[in-house]
Design a protein around this ligand. Sequence first.
Ligand SMILES: [Zn+2]
Length: 77
Amino acid sequence: MNCKICNRKAIKNGFCKLHMKAYESVDGKYKIWNKALEISWKEYLSEIVKNPFTGEWAKEVAEYLVKNGEERNVKDC
Ligand SMILES: [Zn+2]
């Protein structure tokens, strides 16, 4: 199975190592944002995409999640 974004070999959740790492950091930051701003996952993702300081990998992940309307896995929050 290949990464849903870049077609490298996927290791977890359909992401390659680099996109998985970016996903984890996007997901981790959401917890902080959500506590401070009560922002929805979708609003948060679009902020990530718009933010010029977002890293390329994280931006690709956020764009993918927005495009595919993927809900956040609420497993640990
Ligand atoms: Zn990838």
